[in-house]
Write a protein that binds this ligand. Structure first.
Ligand code: FES
Ligand code: FES
Length: 219
């Protein structure tokens, strides 16, 4: 006579308990591997991993060295706004999509929400507060005022810094150059034609009517 297959010896409770134990074991292996990677990255006798508590961070902002105590997870944007305090750098999306947080790092535009403050050490950081000298606005700042570029103004510091970097590299940009340079920055109030006019004025070029820019903006 054929024997009945024996019933499973592992019940549901035991099975689930086993799963939990395996998951913990896998997680432990992963944490161990990460720790090994961090140790390897530091190199033999290299710096030990930083944090998670506050550590000393020195930033060069607008030509001045400033000392902070920051957790390594703090972004450059948060360091500037909350510890600077330099609130001209705006926080809007906090995820690298709008450009409101733009600063110059070694003269190049960068999203400060996408950079850790601890990684910005040993670089020259320029914020909107660092442009005017002795109360004298730069040509770009003055052009933004003259061309009526501000509605809510949240995007303006970012656009001013991007335009400043553009004119440093390319003193006579075309409209297409200006559009390309500003393509990482959003103005929800729609002041784009005015920003183009400001960049042209600041670069000493003829400033067309706003309607001309809108109709022939790619010229
Ligand atoms: S706040 Fe940084 S890109 Fe929007
Ligand atoms: S002026 Fe409001 S977002 Fe540009």
């Amino acid at each position: 006579m054929k024997q009945k297959p024996s019933s499973p010896t592992v019940d549901r409770r035991t099975f689930l308990k086993g799963l939990g134990t395996s998951a913990v074991a896998v997680a432990s292996v992963q944490v161990g591997a990460m720790a090994d990677e961090i140790t390897k990255a530091a190199g033999p006798g290299g710096a030990s991993p930083q944090g998670p508590g506050a550590v000393p961070v020195t930033l060069t902002i607008n030509g001045e060295k400033k000392d902070f105590q920051l957790e390594p997870r703090v972004t450059l944007l948060d360091a500037l706004r909350n510890y600077g305090p330099l609130t001209g750098t705006k926080e809007v999306c906090d995820r690298g999509t709008c450009g409101a947080c733009t600063v110059l790092i070694d003269g190049k535009p960068a999203y400060s929400c996408m950079k850790l403050a601890i990684d910005a050490q040993a670089h020259e950081i320029t914020t909107i507060e660092g442009l005017a000298q002795g109360g004298q606005l730069t040509a770009v700042q003055q052009a933004f005022i003259d061309c009526d570029d501000l509605m809510c103004g949240f995007c303006t510091p970012g656009f001013v810094l991007v335009t400043t970097a553009l004119l440093t590299e390319n003193p006579k940009p075309t409209v297409a150059d200006i559009k390309r340079a500003c393509s990482g920055n959003l103005c929800r109030c729609g002041t784009y034609p005015h920003i183009i006019k400001a960049a042209l004025q600041a670069s000493g070029q003829a400033v067309p009517e706003t309607t001309t820019i809108i109709q022939h903006g790619n010229a």
